[in-house]
Design a protein around this ligand. Structure first.
Ligand SMILES: Nc1ncnc2c1ncn2[C@@H]1O[C@H](COP(=O)(O)OP(=O)(O)O)[C@@H](O)[C@H]1O
Ligand SMILES: [Mg+2]
Length: 484
């Protein structure tokens, strides 16, 4: 022991004096016996022997104290490590006695290595947790007892905040899911997916993917990922409905044409008045199919352009004027007067003139069709500060763009039969009609308002309906103003 011991005050490792004394006594006992023997048999003077003994005890005491302190410090450090307690780096170096066979330094080094490992582990697991949370699909970890051990944000949003610890049975109560869960708990290898319908409202569809955890036996549980395919299923259904609707719309005029051609070739071959009448009906049916095909083509073209904003500068007065001219004959035939009132301050707009003419033509056509005979239709254009909430939501739709500084509204009001409240939300659906037979009889395809909606979507505007049965309807077009 050449150097003074660095037993540090900061270490403050209280070593019990009894322990030091005991150790010293054990170490000193053999020497004491030898000294006694020397006094008894070899004539060593007792005072000399006593002096030697005292010196020996003092030396051994210092050594025992130092070792006990160092070992105590090492013990404390190991204890702290096993409890995963943080500690200062100062303690790691200066506080540790430099002896005790280098044990203290070795432990300190081990501690540093471990703490680096722990830091890496912590940051990896924090990153994993962040990734798990950010995944938009609901993700659930299930343990060997079929209990949820972890769930990400999306899963909690779907099944509620208190997911952890619940039996899967109470979270996703679906026979196919539970059956598959049991298979995985019994050790089924590999991943598997199943489709489930989740009764609403609103009804939803999920593809559920099961996967065992890597490097884990069946008792460790498995992972569940849900993929929401509701929108996909809906689109599939809409497409199927659409095809069915189009086929249905075409079938009636086609079978009429077939029937009349057969009659004309057979029984009515020589019946001139019947022939005239049948040809008239056939012409009407052919026109009906032409209108349907025209509207369908128009709709698909509009959908194609829906995400390309229009750029033309247009004057709404001129658009309204030309539409009114186009339908003047039709209005006159029904004795309907059309009144136009566009306010002075309505400015020019950015839009697609042809498409906006199509919008107004559809609305005016409906208004005339459904107006009273001899009734009145009013078209009013206004510049306003705001629009109905639903139109604004539609205009801002996920694009994070600033709202327009003002709006231009064009209202088409008739004094016809009006529309019952329950029909209003569905009017812009394709082929939706309050009275299908009546609409067909009036030459309608049921696509007019769907076309209106899509054109206004492209203009980032909207259409609002206000109607009262027996009093008439007001269809108002909203267009954002002040855009370059
Ligand atoms: N001004 C109106 N008054 C009463 N009902 C209307 C009016 N406009 C539209 N409708 C109803 O909305 C349905 C859908 O309109 P639309 O898509 O233009 O199809 P249609 O080809 O029948 O005109 C119509 O069938 C009719 O029932
Ligand atoms: Mg119409």
């Amino acid at each position: 022991m050449a150097e003074p011991s660095p037993v540090g005050s900061d270490l403050a490792a209280p070593v019990s004096p009894a322990r030091v004394i005991r150790a010293t006594a054990v170490l000193a006992a053999p020497v004491a016996l030898v000294l006694l023997a020397l006094v008894g048999y070899a004539g060593l003077a007792l005072p000399h022997a006593a002096l030697a003994f005292v010196a020996l005890v003092a030396g051994l005491g210092i050594i025992a104290y130092r070792h006990a302190t160092a070992l105590e410090a090492v013990r404390r450090r190991i204890e702290a490590l096993s409890r995963d307690e943080p500690h200062s780096s100062k303690e790691g170096h200066g506080g540790m006695p430099g002896s005790a066979f280098g044990l203290a330094e070795a432990v300190a080094e081990l501690d540093r290595t471990w703490s680096r490992g722990r830091d890496v582990l912590r940051s990896v697991s924090a990153a994993n947790a962040a990734i798990l949370e950010a995944i938009p699909s609901p993700l659930i970890l299930v343990d060997g007892d079929r209990r949820v051990t972890r769930a990400n944000n999306a899963a909690r949003a779907l099944f509620g905040e208190t997911l952890a610890g619940r039996d899967l049975d109470t979270v996703l109560r679906h026979p196919d899911v539970l059956e598959m869960a049991d298979e995985y708990l019994a050790g089924r290898p590999g991943a598997a997916t199943i489709d489930i319908a989740w009764p609403g409202p609103p009804d939803r569809h999920f593809v559920v993917r099961f996967a065992p955890l890597p490097d884990a036996g069946p008792s460790e549980g498995f992972l569940l990922v849900l993929h929401d395919v509701t929108a996909l299923k809906q689109a599939e259904r809409m497409r199927a409905d659409f095809v069915a609707n189009v086929s249905h719309e075409l079938r009636t005029p086609l079978s009429a044409l077939l029937g009349f051609t057969e009659t004309l070739r057979g029984p009515a071959r020589d019946d001139a008045p019947a022939r005239e009448r049948f040809l008239g009906i056939m012409h009407e049916q052919a026109q009906r199919m032409t209108r349907l095909v025209r509207d369908l083509l128009s709709l698909s073209r509009i959908e194609e352009l829906e995400h390309t904003p229009p750029t033309e500068a247009i004057d709404i007065r001129r658009v309204v004027g030309s539409v009114v001219d186009t339908l003047a004959l039709q209005a006159k035939a029904k004795g309907v007067t059309v009144e136009v009132d566009i306010a002075e301050d309505v400015p020019a707009l950015t839009g697609d003139a042809d498409q906006l003419a199509q919008v107004l033509q559809n609305l005016l056509d409906n208004a005339i069709k459904y107006a009273r005979t001899g009734g009145q239709v009013r078209i009013a254009g206004r510049k306003t500060a705001s629009a109905p909430a639903r139109v604004i939501t539609n205009a801002a739709r996920g694009r994070g763009q600033p709202l327009p500084p003002y709006w231009v509204s064009v209202a088409v009001a008739d004094d016809g039969e009006g529309i019952a409240r329950e029909h209003l939300p569905r009017l812009t659906e394709r082929f939706y009609r309050v009275d299908a037979a009546r609409s067909r009889q009036l030459g309608g395809t049921g696509l007019g308002l769907a076309i209106v909606k899509h054109i206004l979507n492209r203009h980032r505007g909207g259409v609002a309906v206000d109607s009262e049965v027996g009093r008439g309807s007001v269809f108002t077009v909203w267009l954002p103003g002040g855009r370059p």
